[in-house]
Design a protein around this ligand. Structure first.
Ligand code: FAD
Length: 563
């Protein structure tokens, strides 16, 4: 009988089992969403160019691909059904909540049928998760709902019936997969080497050049069309577009990271350096989230590099692999190959390998399952009842605060900021300022090249905004001293990180204390917040008043675009 495999724009993987079963593939490039909101230009170019390259790669491999451009999926499906009225659709369950049922509804409304297949592009399955949480199975495939009847709920006040800890999940998955294991024990004897991953680079350290993929004719044509067709946000020059758009480029990006970025990845993972958006980060999330890389690939590649080049935790020569050293693989700057060079052989400390693997095998899988379990409540969770609208500096980057102007600048320029900028600058500031988590979620969704609802929502609403306590017992809140410790920003910032109150004091400081006082009822005594309040309790009434005044002033300036 007639059937087609419908692949979505974030399912661009050539090695799917689902593709082995069929030659017939449908891709629908839907444009309506991009016309309704202003997305980062590079994000639209990335997704549409990757889809078009994927179409061509599939055809080269002999697949029969129908590629439709449409305003909406509904329109595309109607067009396709006109041509093939008896076709049955097969679709890998989308990562986005409820999308499987919604798309089935669209197909059925037009007289067609759709079968949902398991999503192959995550390492762990809903059953794996249920086995870990000890819940009874059933639910998911049986009744076609994303959620179990007994799935976790997030209540009106943002508290979750059940809380999950990434570290426990991560250990479980390490054991189950055997990754970085020495028999039943974790490699090196510890599960987590994060205490070694909090350094800032010495002066003069130059991070490895991230690989740059020269946009080809198809990417340029796609970009020109994006600029012409849509109202976009951020940098819209093709000359600085550097993301992999094909399987081949994604593999090169992975090789480049393993050869050059990885040795320094752990150590400088939390650092922020002025003018350096990428440091030693892998920059792989856009490719992984599109399906160009299977998440197993970076994990296995890093594990193999550790096995081949492994060193003690901490064994790391800051000069090896840095752009300033002689071991630079210039080939990678143009997307070339590189093996056998000194950088390829530089030691991979265990804290680097473990730190990276935890991000992908631990965090990435974890947030996906937490999202599955807690939607739709997660999207609107607002435990702190925050209602302010995002200050204009998030859109225009205009602020004297160095940390924020750097981080927003990276997003505007590249559609990217690394994890600590996302968590400890961009969402920390928004949370302390009082932004509605759902609005912040949308900002991340529009502005980042790797953003999809399943991944921004748990990260932004739960982790970054403490909209719910489902994945952490305390908010990721910090004052200016955290930024000062982890970056070189404060030295060149007109605001004084050493001061909390009065004109010119670092805005993070007053906002931080004001936030703790404001939400005392919710935060005191919950989880590990006792320590936070031990310092707040030292402040006398006069100090508290001055903090409130300064915080109010900071909010006023930020709202007026004058911070
Ligand atoms: P690296 O630092 O090199 O990390 C390696 C990989 O680990 C990443 O490529 C990613 O696949 C994975 N990873 C690490 N942490 C997480 C996490 N918390 N959730 C999911 N995957 C993770 N990640 C996205 O992919 N898309 C997003 O839209 C996104 N939004 C975020 C918003 C906030 C507020 C926060 C705090 C985090 C967000 N993250 C998001 C997670 C993380 O910051 C990015 O995955 C990472 O910065 C991507 O850059 P990289 O590939 O250079 O990462």
């Amino acid at each position: 009988s007639d059937s087609t495999l419908w692949l979505l724009g974030d399912q661009l993987n050539l090695d799917l089992d689902a593709l082995e079963a069929t030659d017939d593939v449908l891709l629908i490039e839907a444009h309506g969403f991009a016309a309704r909101r202003r997305y980062h230009a590079h994000k639209l170019t990335l997704v549409f160019s990757a889809m078009r390259h994927f179409r061509d790669d599939l055809r080269d491999r002999g697949h029969d691909v129908t590629y439709l451009e449409a305003d909406s999926f509904g329109e595309g499906i109607a067009t396709f059904l006109d041509r093939r009225p008896d076709v049955a659709f097969r679709l890998m369950r989308p990562a986005s909540h409820g999308a499987g049922e919604r798309l089935r509804g669209i197909v059925e409304a037009r007289g067609g049928s759709l079968i949902l297949l398991e999503n192959e592009l995550f390492w762990t399955t809903p059953d794996d998760w249920r086995a870990w949480t000890g819940k009874s199975s059933g639910g998911e495939e049986r009744n076609g709902k994303e959620r179990n009847a007994d799935g976790v709920a997030i209540h009106e006040d943002g508290t979750a019936d059940r809380t999950y800890r990434q570290e426990d999940w991560y250990r479980h998955v390490r054991r189950e997969t055997g990754v970085l294991m020495d028999g039943d024990e974790p490699e090196g004897g510890e599960w987590n080497y994060d205490d070694r991953n909090r350094e800032t680079p010495p002066d003069g350290w130059t991070p490895p050049n991230p690989p740059r993929f020269e946009p080809d004719a198809l990417t340029r044509e796609t970009h020109a069309w994006v600029r012409d067709r849509f109202d976009t946000w951020g940098n819209d020059s093709i000359e600085t577009f550097a993301w992999p758009v094909t399987r081949k480029e994604a593999l090169t990006a992975l090789d480049a990271f393993v050869a050059r970025g990885l040795p320094a990845f752990g150590r400088y993972q939390d650092a922020m350096v002025g003018g350096e958006p990428f440091l030693a980060h892998s920059l792989l999330s856009p490719a992984i989230n599109l399906g160009l890389l299977d998440p197993r690939e970076p994990v296995r590649a890093v594990e193999a590099a550790y096995e081949a080049r492994g060193g003690e935790p901490g064994a790391f020569d800051p000069d090896v692999g840095s752009a300033g050293s002689e071991t630079t693989l210039d080939a990678f700057a143009t997307g070339g190959e590189g093996d056998g060079t000194a950088a390829d052989r530089s030691p991979v400390p265990l804290n680097a390998a473990e730190g990276f693997i935890r991000q992908v095998l631990g965090w990435r899988e974890f947030v996906r399952h937490v999202y599955r379990e807690t939607m739709p409540e997660l999207a609107d969770a607002n435990r702190l009842d925050q209602k302010r609208t995002l200050p204009p500096l998030y859109w225009d980057g205009e602020t004297d605060m160095r940390c924020l102007s750097e981080a927003v600048g990276h997003v505007r320029e590249h559609g990217y900021a690394h994890h600590i900028e996302r968590l400890m600058v961009l969402s920390n500031f928004a949370m302390l300022y009082g932004v509605d988590p759902a609005e912040l979620d949308e900002w991340f969704h529009l502005g980042f090249v790797d953003a999809y609802h399943w991944v921004t929502t748990p990260n932004v609403v739960a982790m970054g905004s403490f909209g719910t306590d489902v994945l952490s017992s305390k908010p990721y809140a910090a004052s200016g001293s955290y930024v000062n410790r982890m970056s070189d920003h404060c030295a060149s910032c007109p605001y004084a990180v050493s001061r909390t109150t009065g004109e010119g004091a670092c805005p993070f400081n007053a906002l931080y204390w004001d936030f703790l006082m404001e939400h005392e009822e919710t935060l005191r005594g919950t989880g590990r917040t006792g320590l936070l309040y031990s310092h707040a309790d030292d402040k006398d009434d006069g100090e508290r008043e001055a903090i409130r005044e300064r915080a109010a002033r900071v909010r006023e300036l930020a709202a007026a675009g004058e911070l």
